[in-house]
Ligand binder design. Structure first.
Ligand code: EPZ
Length: 428
């Protein structure tokens, strides 16, 4: 097992280029199953999660060519050979559930091991199944064997559906099931994330007829067949936010290239409230945390376009160093404060009550042995380590490597003192 050693680092300075979005590329790769023609996907980030998705697609019958050097993946599926993703792969990546929609649409059947919960919550898939059922699929839950199946051997039929919660994954899965359904589907109260828009753009290039992506209502006219397409994945807005906060917490000065400011509006607004200078220029997003004392603010996570839950832990690490008292409320996941204990071990002053955390800063942070409890919490403790006295040892870094391309290299290129070492047994 690897770990990161993070040392107190000078204010970060220089420029960093954002990679393709993990949460956009995963559903787009799954959507490639919907055609027997080749889909060429560009700006694909080199991530463990992408590897797992390539592996799963191959197992269900796709011919997958990864051209990692050029950040490209080519997917061509003559025939679906399996309608179930192997458990060993599903348990490694919750996004495997995104195969259900395409498998159901293309093969009339999809079976998924019930996805286990994870550190941040139970992560049920009831809304996904509600959507498939509304489209005419029969849902069979076999809790004994731990799997759920959606069956629609006569094909799917368009429907009108209201999502109880604007779930990102459920929205994506239902769109992918509905594009080949007979008739029209209208889904209300859908997720509005940029990743939904990117998926819809890709599907429309394949010949789908989707309107309204990015709003709270999506309308889909089912079509007979979809065709191969080429697509460049949007930049990763959470990686963008991570480097913006890295400039703030280290009181640094970064130029973030290939970022889409429109996708990180809440993060820009909140960092400005704290006194960070942000300028959108032709070359990229300038973020300066070195111009004035940085102060506390309040955060409440919400579905897009609200403040992203994926930025909550990362922003909290920064708030531990800002002057004053900050309140953070997590409304999206029921258990997304696992990073609090890790930040407290480093000296952060944080009180939590249910889904609310109160952070009192600035607290002098000291290096400690900490865990990456999830992908974003891992990034949070690394950022804290950049400004902590001494060395911070971050374990379980596979979480981080799942979702950030060239994480170590990018941070070292802007002055971070961070290295990846193998964890010796007696360290455990
Ligand atoms: C996506 O997860 C992202 N993952 C998550 O990013 C992100 O945190 C989340 O959206 C919210 O923005 C990918 O896109 C691969 P949800 P997803 O369905 O689709 C509840 C990261 O760090 N819910 O919008 O699983 C659920 O329990 C990851 O990159 C149901 O109750 O999120 C949660 O409380 C972490 N029933 C809330 O909705 C359902 O059927 C939001 O979940 C589905 C979801």
């Amino acid at each position: 097992m690897a770990k990161f050693l993070v040392k107190n680092s000078v204010p970060l300075k220089g420029e960093v280029t954002i990679s393709g979005s993990k949460n956009a590329v995963l559903p787009i790769m799954a959507a490639a199953l919907l055609t027997d023609e080749t889909c060429s996907i560009m700006d694909v980030p080199k991530l463990k999660d992408v590897d797992v998705m390539c592996n799963i697609l191959s197992r269900v019958g796709a011919n997958v060519q990864e051209d990692y050097k050029n950040n490209q993946v080519f997917i061509q599926t003559n025939k679906i050979m399996e309608y179930e993703a192997p458990y060993a792969l599903v348990k490694r990546m919750r996004a495997s559930v995104l195969l259900m929609g395409p498998l159901l649409a293309r093969a009339g059947r999809a079976r998924m091991p019930l996805p286990g919960g994870c550190a941040i919550g139970a992560r049920p898939i009831d809304l996904h199944l509600k959507g498939f059922s509304a489209l005419g699929a029969k849902i069979v839950e076999n809790k004994g064997y731990g799997y759920v199946e959606a069956i629609a051997e006569d094909g799917l039929k368009g429907c009108n559906l209201y999502l109880d919660f604007p779930s990102v994954g459920a929205t994506e899965n239902i769109i992918m099931a509905a594009v080949l359904a007979k008739g029209t589907t209208v889904i209300e109260n859908v997720a509005e994330e940029p990743e939904i828009v990117d998926l819809a753009n890709f599907l429309n290039k394949m010949g789908a007829k989707i309107k309204g992506a990015g709003t709270d209502t999506i309308k889909i006219e089912g079509v007979e067949k979809l065709f191969g397409a080429r697509h460049n994945v949007i930049p990763d807005r959470i990686e963008t936010g991570t480097f913006m906060v890295a400039a703030a917490i280290t009181r640094g000065n970064l130029l973030i290239k290939n970022a889409l400011p429109d996708h990180v509006k809440p993060v820009i607004a909140k960092l400005k409230e704290c006194g960070v200078e942000i300028e959108d220029t032709f070359d990229g997003l300038w973020v300066r945390g070195d111009l004035r004392p940085l102060i506390a603010t309040d955060i409440k996570t919400l579905p897009y376009p609200g403040f992203p839950t994926d930025m909550q832990s990362i922003f909290m690490a920064f708030l531990a160093t800002a002057e004053g008292k900050s309140n953070v409320i997590e409304t999206v996941f029921e258990n997304r404060f696992m990073h609090v204990a890790e930040l407290e071990r480093m000296g952060a002053k944080i009180e939590t009550e249910d889904r609310k955390a109160t952070i009192t800063g600035p607290a002098p942070l000291s290096g400690a042995k900490v865990l990456a409890t999830d992908l974003r919490a891992g990034a949070a403790v690394v950022l804290a380590g950049l400004v902590a006295e001494g060395v911070t040892e971050v374990s379980e870094v596979y979480h981080i490597e799942r979702g950030y391309e060239d994480f170590i290299e990018k941070f070292r290129s802007i002055g971070a003192r961070i290295e990846r070492v193998e964890e010796k047994i007696n360290d455990l």
